[in-house]
Ligand binder design. Structure first.
Ligand code: BMA
Length: 752
């Protein structure tokens, strides 16, 4: 049965309903355990010894943040609490638990905010000490689209009440474990500076069974294997983008240029000591050795081999990370850049696995946006390129292989696009700044094939194109101007989701393809009483550094999409974690574009293998939520290409996403949804993207400029009269509209 016959009907009741099923609940729990990051484990306080008594502290133990808010929200039947999870472990005989503290939290004040933390009676801690128990303190944080976080107590920093709780517990015992149920970077100096906190687990927002995963990890049923996808600095102000993050609601200037995350902290003098936990870091219950390390040029690639051995007493998984260190040259480079990564299988004590990691030599090139060597080209500067391997950016072994270049080498000659006209300066590798020229803003408008209208009383149907009986071009020629305009706008979905649909012209047999948010799972219309599986947040998935986790979550969510007759899943969201305060970081993947790109590419391949379209978002530079519909991201072309577009480029070239969603914001003065250079010159022209591009929901760009730029469909809908007027007044042509309509129809045909 193809999608046409199933379209707009109630979900076929297959034998096993997977939506919000126990099977998916277990899968979500497993995934949540793979991306949690063990930050501290002094005296091997973890995993908890069998029969150990635990006591839970912190209102989050009963009020778990499974994910963030906004379009990334997912309605789930039951979100497990840490209290329930440890009750389960108690029943299994793995631990004992003082249960009354949970009742204390359950019946205390009605909490106003996620961070409201009631004062605890002293005996609650005394009892833990008397039982030689372990205190587990969990703090939660949440954030949402449309609003940024704050560098205040209760967000990036602990509240006084949270600090008081830590102090009250640590005053009596040093058997203290902290769990962070957060969606993004927070202050962790209170963990690293306090020797009485012996254990710390960064559990992120782990979906509906995130607490089950936490209990599995703390009790040793799972061994932590997550690695940080971001750098955790001591203070908010330590981040290079902090100083100017709030300069204006109208623009965001990327003065730090390519020096974002570890590219800054490991390179710029004085920055390294500001780091609490570095990029790629994560402990295990066991230890690993990296042996038989070798690296060599292998044609156009560098290939690194390593034998990873579990040298400890617990089964576990390790992540081999390859970094290169390029010569500073005249363009300047970060000290290290992630080149490749691979996670081992679960290794038993004593077991080894040989890994081979390969990456293209051209990946080490720099984009020369100012023409210091070769304007608008990717250049491998002459000099020595060193290659390292290890398990974090701070724990690397030199492979002793050096790729040497006697002369500068152009690896790709491109053209200048999306250049800034008002970025005064940008950071260099030594922390100084260079002045930036002001470039003119350009608005190209290519001519397009006309697709002249050929009226017909008996049009053939889209199904005839699907079955190969007719060509899509001929199909488009039977569409009136009004029909072409109609299909380049979204329409009220006829589905269980609350986002609009695409298509829907009965005269031509064009079905409505229904969309649904979001990265953490299918978001049903409110009021239907329908629930879905809420998967671990995107940042957690990235911290798994595991394509298997990316695939499992993507397939799980795609099955729930398909089961509910939904066709276009508005995920993955892959904007770079530029600043800790961005309200949507929980939906995004990493400060590093390679990690983000590889994880997202696997998600796209996986969901599309089931006939579910993705919508890779938000293209591009949506790194702040305040005034997101109008804010102008002002950035050099080098930083744009090397950092902020790179993850999208990886996904486009490695996974061929069926749709891409442009962002709300402007890019160097032009809305991304109407940015011809971004969409037609770079995305389609340079990267060869053939798929469909949608706006975000309710963009403010001039509609015809979006069509001219090649942004195919305006969501959730468009005012057709505006485009009709532009057509009549010659501001756009039928061909401009028809090429957009064609890509929309191509996408609909893929979803059938
Ligand atoms: C916008 C953004 C997108 C989302 C869309 C549809 O506001 O949040 O990420 O996919 O709405 O809900």
């Amino acid at each position: 049965m193809n999608r046409f016959s199933r379209m707009n009907t109630f979900p076929a009741l297959s034998q096993t309903i997977l939506t919000a099923s126990d099977e998916h609940r277990k899968l979500s729990r497993w995934a949540a355990a793979q991306g949690a990051v063990l930050l501290k484990n002094e005296d091997n306080i973890l995993p908890l010894k069998r029969g150990k008594t635990v006591s839970l502290f912190g209102r989050a133990c009963l009020d778990y943040q499974k994910g963030g808010q906004g379009s990334g929200e997912v309605w789930s039947y039951h979100i497990s609490t840490l209290f329930e999870a440890f009750t389960e472990k108690m029943r299994e005989g793995k631990v004992n638990m003082l249960t009354y503290p949970a009742h204390f939290y359950g019946h205390k004040v009605i909490y106003e905010k996620v961070t409201d933390e009631p004062e605890i009676p002293e005996f609650m801690v005394n009892d833990v000490v008397n039982l030689d128990g372990v205190a587990i303190i969990m703090f939660g944080r949440t954030s949402t689209e449309g609003r940024d976080r704050t560098a205040e107590k209760g967000d990036f920093y602990l509240t006084d009440a949270e600090k008081a709780l830590v102090d009250a517990v640590c005053a009596k015992t040093d058997n203290v474990i902290v769990v962070l149920n957060v969606g993004g970077m927070i202050d962790t100096s209170w963990i690293i500076d306090n020797p009485r906190i012996k254990g710390a687990l960064l559990a992120w927002q782990g979906g509906l069974e995130g607490c089950g995963a936490i209990a599995d990890l703390l009790c040793g049923d799972e061994t932590p294997s997550g690695k940080l996808c971001d750098t955790f600095a001591r203070e908010f102000k330590d981040y290079p983008s902090a100083e100017h993050f709030h300069d204006s609601d109208d623009y965001l200037k990327y003065y730090e240029d390519i020096y974002v995350g570890y590219r800054y902290f490991e390179t710029v003098p004085g920055a390294a000591e500001k780091v609490c936990f570095p990029f790629g870091f994560g402990l295990s219950y066991t230890t690993f050795s990296f042996d038989n390390i070798s690296a060599k040029q292998d044609g156009d690639n560098i290939t690194v081999k390593v034998k990873v051995t579990n040298t400890g007493n617990f089964a576990g998984r390790e992540v081999a990370q390859v970094y290169y260190s390029a010569p500073q040259g005249v363009l300047g480079k970060p000290r290290y850049e992630l080149a490749a990564f691979q996670k081992t299988k679960k290794l038993l004590p004593g077991e080894s696995e040989a890994l081979t990691l390969t990456y293209p030599i051209s990946q080490m090139a720099s984009f020369d946006d100012l023409g210091k060597i070769a304007e608008s080209a990717y250049v491998l500067e002459k000099g020595d390129y060193k290659v390292f391997i290890g398990n974090s950016v701070r724990n690397l072994t030199d492979t002793d292989y050096i790729y040497s270049l006697a002369e500068n080498k152009i690896t790709e000659q491109l053209a200048a696009h999306c250049r800034p006209h008002e970025l005064e300066r940008r950071m260099l590798a030594d922390g100084s700044f260079e002045n930036m020229p002001s470039f003119p803003t350009v608005r190209p408008h290519a001519s397009r094939p006309e697709y002249t209208y050929k009226p017909t009383d008996k049009p053939f149907m889209l199904m005839d194109v699907y079955e190969g009986k007719q060509s899509l071009d001929d199909f488009i020629c039977q569409m009136t101007d009004d029909e072409l305009i109609f299909i380049t706008g979204g329409h009220e979905g006829k589905s269980v989701a609350d986002t609009s649909g695409m298509g829907g012209i009965d005269r031509l047999g064009i079905p409505l393809s229904n969309t649904s948010d979001g990265p953490a799972g299918v978001r049903f219309r409110t009021g239907l009483g329908m629930c879905a599986t809420s998967w671990p947040c995107a940042t957690l998935v990235a911290c798994s550094w595991d394509l298997e986790v990316a695939r499992a979550v993507a397939l799980g969510g795609a099955r729930e999409m398909d089961e509910n007759n939904l066709n276009i899943w508005l995920t993955p969201a892959i904007n770079i974690h530029r600043n800790p305060l961005c309200g949507r970081n929980f939906e995004y993947l990493s400060e590093d574009p390679l990690l983000a790109g590889k994880i997202a590419a696997e998600e796209v391949r996986s969901m599309q293998s089931l006939g579910i379209a993705c919508s890779v978002k938000h293209f591009a530079c949506n790194n702040k939520e305040t005034n997101r519909n109008k804010s102008d991201s002002i950035i050099s072309e080098r930083a744009l290409r090397e950092i902020y577009l790179k993850a999208f480029e990886i996904v486009v070239k490695e996974a061929d996403p069926w749709t891409i969603m442009t962002s709300y914001n402007k890019l160097n003065g032009i809305y991304t949804s109407a940015n011809y250079e971004l969409i037609t010159d770079i995305l389609r022209g340079e990267w060869g993207y053939k798929g469909m591009i949608t706006t975000d929901w309710v963009t403010l760009a001039v509609p015809e400029e979006e069509i001219i730029a090649g942004n195919d469909i305006k969501m959730p809908n468009r005012d057709n009269a505006v485009l009709s007027a532009a057509l009549e007044e010659g501001r756009i042509t039928r061909g401009d509209i028809a090429v957009c309509a064609k890509r929309i129809l191509e996408m609909i045909l893929k979803c059938i």
